[in-house]
Design a protein around this ligand. Structure first.
Ligand code: CMC
Length: 432
């Protein structure tokens, strides 16, 4: 029994058990409740997983009250300023920053994975051009799970590394092809001399000049880095749960993509732009929308505001807000997205001073500004969540690897509080 414990007494039977308290390095300690069912016959009940730790992890730390986000101990602000997506990917996967040689070898592995089998294009072309790209993306990953089905061997370290590289290198290429498709462009080739972000921009926006490509790739690289991981969110938990059945990693990532798609998770950046466009095109002012968001009889919510974990400014939002400023100012003074950015700034100012938002600790989250930057780069709105998924693939794969290497690894199988009918006898249809 651990030194720290919580004692639970069952008021009905007077039975008592000690539950061990496990120390976290940072953040709340956790109570190991596994003996609860065995010794007292109870389950824990926590809809929405508000107070549930589902696993042990060393990858990402978030302090929502302080607005802290660290990858492997490194603050996101420092990584966004000094590192890049490739190096941060290595860090997330390996728990350390790479040496020069390690980074070179990792970069070579990643670039070898740019060579995605073009047979996936057949899958993309099956869709209508106005299909949602997240659905296309899920189908492509499902296709890869079929293609690599015979090699499946998750117990094998080499298989895990190969799939890790295939996914981190391949998903950006597939994303660029989906973008080519929905814009009616021909499918572009990848270029192994370029970084993931440079290659994505080059494939997606071949007509930009070199300076525009450089600026867009830099902004995109930071966006990828900021979205690379975020602890046990809905899509990462989905990848873990799906992967826990020892299914193909490509299938588990497809499940993660489906979960990320929703408007209260990754789809929020798209919803933010819809909201800003609506405000821009209406004759109502910003206060009208703030009032709507506060009205409990109105389903409208201020998209890009609020977070399950952050009860402070999302640190990623601050970084993206800065990028949005720099990007819009550097690239084009008359950028048509400037009015949207101005509305966003105004909304933020009003909300941060409004009692409703202040008391509920509702601050801008990462999606509040990421859509504006993506729009300014020229990414079609329906592709925003694909960009998020592309970046988050790194985190999903890091968590999948960590889970499979965990000594406590077993299939995830939540239980329930059953509130349905008690045993009921079948009644013949003529007698009902
Ligand atoms: N606008 C207006 N009111 C809000 C908002 C909002 N955006 N978000 C939360 N509230 C209110 C909510 O009505 C509730 O009020 P009350 O206590 O009076 O009932 C209170 O704030 C607490 O909200 P909650 O719904 O219990 O919080 P949650 O942790 O279940 O939901 C959230 C978090 C992100 C789903 C929610 O804040 C939301 O829907 N925000 C808008 C969508 C959005 O921006 N999502 C992106 C999340 S960040 C990207 C990612 O990590 O995927």
């Amino acid at each position: 029994m651990a030194d720290k414990k919580i004692t639970i007494k069952d008021g009905q039977s007077d039975n008592e058990i000690d539950l061990p308290v496990l120390d976290s390095i940072l953040g709340p300690n956790v109570v190991d409740i596994r003996a609860l069912e065995k010794n007292l016959g109870y389950l824990s009940h926590d809809p929405g997983f508000i107070a549930t730790s589902s696993c042990e992890s060393k990858i990402t730390f978030i302090d929502g009250n302080e607005g802290k986000l660290w990858y492997r101990g490194y603050p996101i602000e420092e990584l966004a300023e000094k590192s890049n997506f490739l190096e941060t990917t290595y860090l997330l996967l390996n728990d350390k920053l790479p040496s020069k040689n390690e980074l070179k070898s990792f970069s070579d592995d990643i670039k070898s994975g740019y060579n995605v089998d073009r047979s996936v294009l057949k899958i993309i072309e099956v869709f209508d051009k106005d299909s949602h790209p997240m659905a296309i993306m899920t189908a492509c990953l499902s296709y890869l799970s079929a293609k690599y089905h015979r090699d499946l061997n998750i117990q094998n370290k080499n298989y895990r590394y190969k799939s890790t590289i295939n996914l981190i290198s391949g998903v950006p290429i597939i994303s660029a092809w989906i973008l080519n498709f929905i814009l009616g462009q021909s499918f572009k080739d990848s270029d192994k001399t370029l970084s993931i972000a440079e290659n994505f921009i080059n494939m997606a926006f071949p007509k930009l000049n070199d300076e525009q490509k450089k600026l867009s790739a830099r902004a995109m690289d930071v966006i990828f880095l900021l979205h690379a991981d975020h602890e046990q969110n809905a899509s990462t938990s989905t990848v873990r749960l799906s992967g826990s059945s020892e299914t193909s990693p490509y299938a588990a990532i497809a499940a993660g993509i489906s979960t990320l798609w929703g408007p209260t998770h990754g789809g929020a950046n798209e919803a933010v732009i819809n909201m800003l466009e609506e405000i821009k095109n209406s004759d109502k002012d910003v206060e009208f929308y703030i009032d709507q968001a506060k009205d409990k009889d109105n389903p409208f919510r201020l998209m890009g505001f609020g977070h399950r974990i952050y009860k402070n400014y999302d640190p990623r939002a601050k970084i993206i807000q800065k990028i949005a400023h720099e990007y819009l100012e550097t690239l084009d003074k008359d950028n048509p997205n400037k009015p949207l950015f101005d509305i966003a700034m105004k909304l933020e100012k009003y909300a941060l001073e409004d009692e409703y938002f202040v008391t509920r600790k509702l601050y801008p989250n990462v999606d509040f500004y990421s859509g504006i930057v993506l729009k300014a780069i020229g990414v079609p709105q329906s592709m925003y969540t694909v960009i998020f998924a592309l970046a988050r693939t790194v985190g999903w794969v890091a968590h999948w690897n960590e889970m499979l290497e965990d000594k406590n690894f077993r299939i995830g199988r939540p239980r329930q509080l059953y509130t349905g009918k008690n045993k009921t006898s079948y009644v013949d249809i003529n007698e009902r």
